[in-house]
Ligand binder design. Structure first.
Ligand code: C2O
Ligand code: CU
Ligand code: CU
Length: 468
């Protein structure tokens, strides 16, 4: 008897995907077969009815789906996106985590694409760009949380060294885009009241690449690779696979030097992780759980104490054993070299706080006492300098801080950088975190901000100029 596989089972074989119409989770390597060095995409943002979690919802979509299409490229490729904004409001594209220019037609978060207008994005990935899992979302100040929480997110996969390691290459590759929605029974998104925006909105419907509790098959003794993107506007995910160890092989900015065995994995907004899971238990079905997490609150009356809306579903997906691998292959002990950044030429601090905004809008969130102003340059750094940035969180709530354009390494408790490229770091309530970055290759003005997008919209964002 062949194993029973539910209707929602997602195979990693491109042929099976198309036949079953399950193009969402399984990553088809075949879309990169062409060697032209050019990746072209026509992309339209529009308000449209889409299916999320098995129900219709009136969302904001890229090319009609939530999440949007997956863009795949190789280092050195030129990417051209013919972007049309059919929303009734301004939008734009931010290439979260990509090391490309922060200006012109590239990763220009200052660029507004007005309602009904088009914009041609074009950039070339540096030949040395790391492989990894990145994503695209709009970046309009004061609309970011609303637009992302209505579905505007799409994955970007840059192929790299990690993908060529045989033990990893041979594993079925699944892409999990974590999103949460707050919908009326009729499927219309609900805008949160101000107090909830201060905490950071969370929806009670969590979807994985648009689906509710999808099934992923694993062969007994075999491996699966999961690429996970937290594309939610505020929700943190504390992931645990029942009875299985997660072997983390990549972080925000690509591969780790060695696989890291984890019982659970915290993924804050904007963050990505790639994990391998082995079918090492008795055949059966096992749940990927989202455990509770307390992000704190800003102490305002009415803001939820635990800072976390209870989701209707805490099972994100089900791993189901199907078949048996012909041989048991261990993970390699070494993956990809990560060079540590040497000592900094300067240390800066960024204090995260809040202050009373207006009666109507409630609190504003600040960095070094100031709310975002796009016409102000907050920080100037010299191209090719290495700096340490201290994020000092004076509040009783967590802030996941993100920097555009250049990835960083987090400085560990022993004062040494951790060999892992990141672009988002959790700065827990009442604590400080130091990161080290090298500002390479590109001049221009970029942004850094809290990736709880309501906090970014409420002012917790600054500008950094890379000076040549
Ligand atoms: Cu994913 Cu500036 O953000
Ligand atoms: Cu970003
Ligand atoms: Cu924040």
């Amino acid at each position: 008897m062949p194993p029973l596989i539910s209707r929602r089972t997602l195979f990693a074989l491109p042929a099976a995907i198309h036949a079953a119409g399950f193009a969402r989770l399984a990553l088809a390597a075949s879309t990169l077969d062409d060697d032209s060095g050019l990746v072209n995409l026509a992309l339209e943002a529009s308000e449209s009815w889409a299916v999320v979690g098995g129900r219709q919802a009136l969302l904001q979509t890229f090319n009609g789906s939530v999440p949007g299409p997956t863009l795949q490229a190789r280092p050195g490729d030129t990417v051209r996106i013919d972007f049309r904004n059919s929303l009734g409001e301004p939008a734009n594209l931010h290439f979260h985590g990509l090391h490309i220019p922060p200006n012109g037609a590239a990763d220009n978060s200052f660029q507004m694409v007005q309602a009904g207008e088009s914009f041609g994005y074009e950039f070339t990935l540096p030949a040395t760009h790391p492989g990894g899992t990145f994503w695209i979302h709009p970046h309009i100040h004061e609309s970011a949380a609303r637009q992302v929480s209505r579905g505007l997110a799409m994955p970007v996969i840059v192929r790299g060294e990690l993908d060529e390691i045989p033990e990893i290459k041979s594993a079925p590759d699944f892409l999990l885009v974590l999103q949460d929605f707050n919908l009326t029974p009729g499927g219309v998104p609900i805008e949160p009241p101000n107090l909830e925006r201060m905490t950071g909105r969370e929806g009670n419907l969590i979807t994985v690449s648009g689906q509710l509790n999808p099934t992923i098959p694993v062969q007994q003794d075999g491996w699966v690779r999961l690429r996970v993107i937290n594309a939610s506007s505020s929700r943190f995910y504390r992931l645990q696979m029942e009875e299985h160890t997660l072997y983390k092989i990549a972080s925000d900015g690509g591969a780790l030097p060695q696989p890291q065995a984890l019982d659970e994995l915290l993924l804050v907004p904007g963050e990505r992780a790639e994990v391998m899971i082995q079918g090492s238990r008795p055949p059966g079905s096992y749940r990927l759980l989202n455990l509770p997490y307390d992000r704190g609150s800003n102490g305002m009356m009415g803001a939820r104490g635990n800072g976390s809306a209870i989701a209707a579903n805490s099972t994100l997906l089900t791993l189901t054993y199907a078949g048996k691998a012909s041989q048991l292959v261990p993970l390699p002990s070494q993956l990809v070299t990560v060079d540590l950044l040497r000592g900094p030429s300067r240390i800066r601090s960024f204090t995260l706080g809040q202050r009373m905004g207006s009666m109507q809008r409630g609190m504003s969130f600040t960095i070094n006492g100031r709310t975002f102003d796009k016409s102000r340059i907050d920080t100037q750094v010299q191209l090719n300098d290495i700096e340490d940035w201290d994020f000092i969180n004076t509040m009783n709530m967590d802030h996941p801080m993100h920097i555009h354009t250049n990835p960083f390494q987090v400085i560990g408790p022993d004062g040494a950088p951790i060999p892992e490229w990141k672009d988002v770091v959790l700065v827990p309530a009442r604590s400080r975190v130091r990161v080290r970055s090298a500002f390479r290759d590109f001049t221009g003005i970029a942004m850094y901000h809290c990736h709880i997008l309501d906090h970014e919209d409420l002012g917790m964002m600054g500008t950094v100029q890379f000076k040549g």
